[in-house]
Design a protein around this ligand. Structure first.
Ligand code: UDX
Length: 442
């Protein structure tokens, strides 16, 4: 049955969720305070690059099932099912998450709720947030305790956001187990089509649901840092981390996914989420449990430093006056997101050490220019590699993976390539007369 749903926040999470809920046949109102974003969305255009999202947005805006507004009043009148999908960034100068935006949705929305309603939080929050917001909503909503707060974490990956929302690995729902209310029934209605496909529905308490998300991201970050630690050992021992990952990955208990060594993880989630998780565990008196995540974080940051060293070595020991080409700025392929991007971070550091740096990325140039206006940008690979003493591949876009070395031969000054994502075929590059170096590879 079609539900009426409001989704607060129209960033990555919120815009995708709103569009996908409409795709499931619901009537959806997306709510944000940023009018420019709302105007774009209302025209059926995502304010960021995400494969397939524009089509879903456009189809559902055109059908009238998906609308956008800046009015909380309109949302409270329209729907009794509310999703929170606003950001929870890292606090300035601290590890902890800043939950101001999540709080502010509840503080603004709850006083307008005169009928029974369910608020589903999707944002990644410190454990305990749902219970706190629930008490707050009961206090300030005219409908009082008839307003329920449940937690329904989102696991979508950028680049696969639509698929991950419409065909998730699982749906997790945390409810107030002392007073379960209607949240489960409502969630089963909203996600009816997805559940019918056999997607597991994990019903739990709110604290566990909040922790599931933090734990999943901590595990993924740990897996990446594990293989990057192995890359350090492989480098020291003259071994090859890619073959090592393939070999251990055949063991089903380990699995090959998320074992790609390179310059490490970035983005708007993993780095800040592991830090927020450590901070929250500390507040709860369980800080020892997560001290290993500090190491996960430092291994990850060492990868960026290692890429600097390798670049310096490649150009003869000093970056001053060197010309460096950088292919890739986004934190991962199929995204224009540059939040905490290892690629862009390395580009900036190399420039600060005196090199002249030109960056090319298929989608992320505009965002990069805004963050790092002092770097040079090119509109294609050849432009970036012109006169390069060394070329670095820092995001594994298909365009770079399938690159024929001969395409760059005429423009570079020296045929040297460093593969920060271990995504190129060393034999192909070496066979074409290039010096190739990967990370943790012979
Ligand atoms: C992540 C989680 O995967 C997702 O479930 C959660 O909801 C949000 O955070 P995302 O940030 O989109 O998703 O990116 P992800 O695909 O997890 O990659 C994160 C970073 O790890 C990227 O910088 C990527 O390049 C890096 N990575 C990934 C590696 O360095 N090696 C790998 O093997 C995999």
């Amino acid at each position: 049955m079609a539900c009426r749903i409001a989704v607060f926040g129209t960033g990555y999470l919120g815009a995708t969720h709103a569009a996908c809920m409409a795709e499931l046949g619901h009537e959806v109102l997306g709510v944000d305070i940023d009018q420019a974003k709302l105007d774009k969305l209302a025209a059926g255009e995502a304010p960021f690059y995400e494969p397939g999202l524009d089509d879903v947005l456009k189809a559902n805006v055109d059908s009238g099932r998906l609308r956008f507004t800046s009015s909380y009043k309109e949302a409270a009148d329209f729907a009794d099912i509310h999703f929170i999908g606003v950001a929870t960034p890292q606090k300035r100068g601290e590890f902890a998450a800043d939950v101001t935006y999540v709080d502010s949705v509840v503080r603004t929305l709850a006083p307008l709720l005169t009928r029974p309603a369910v608020i589903f939080g999707k944002s990644t929050v410190p454990v305990g947030t749902a219970a706190r917001l629930s008490a707050l909503a009961h206090d300030i909503a005219p409908a009082g305790e008839a307003v329920e707060v449940a937690w329904n974490p989102e696991f979508l990956r950028e680049g696969f956001a639509v698929k991950d929302t419409l065909h998730p690995d699982r749906i997790v729902l945390g409810v107030d187990t002392n007073r379960p209310g209607r949240a489960e029934e409502v969630a089963r209605e909203v996600y009816g089509d997805i559940i019918a496909e056999g997607v597991p529905f994990v019903l739990t308490d709110r604290e566990t649901a909040e922790l599931v998300k933090s734990a999943a991201n901590a595990f993924l970050a740990t897996k990446i840092s594990f293989i990057n630690a192995m890359a350090e050992v492989c480098e020291a021992a003259g071994a090859d981390v890619t073959q090592l990952a393939d070999a251990i990955g055949y063991d089903n208990r380990i699995g090959r996914r998320f074992l790609n060594a390179g310059i490490g993880f970035g983005g708007g989630c993993l780095p800040k989420d592991i830090r927020a998780f450590m901070a929250r565990a500390g507040e709860l008196g369980a800080n020892h449990a997560l001290t290993f995540l500090r190491e996960v974080d430092s291994i990850n940051m060492r990868r960026r430093a290692r890429m600097m060293e390798m670049t310096r070595d490649a150009v003869g020991g000093s970056l001053i006056g060197a010309t460096v080409a950088i292919l890739g700025a986004a934190f991962k392929p199929d995204s224009d997101d540059i939040r905490d991007s290892p690629a862009l971070n390395i580009a900036g550091q190399i420039q600060l050490q005196g090199a002249s740096v030109t960056v090319y990325d298929p989608k992320a140039i505009e965002n990069s220019r805004r963050l790092f206006p002092t770097l040079d940008y090119a509109s294609d690979m050849r432009g970036a590699c012109k006169g390069a003493d060394v070329t670095l591949v820092l995001t594994e876009w298909d365009e770079f993976r399938s690159l024929d070395p001969g395409y760059l031969d005429a423009v570079v000054r020296h045929r040297r390539i460093i593969d920060g994502r271990n995504c190129l075929d060393p034999a192909k590059w070496r066979g074409s007369g290039w010096s190739y170096r990967g990370m943790g590879r012979r």
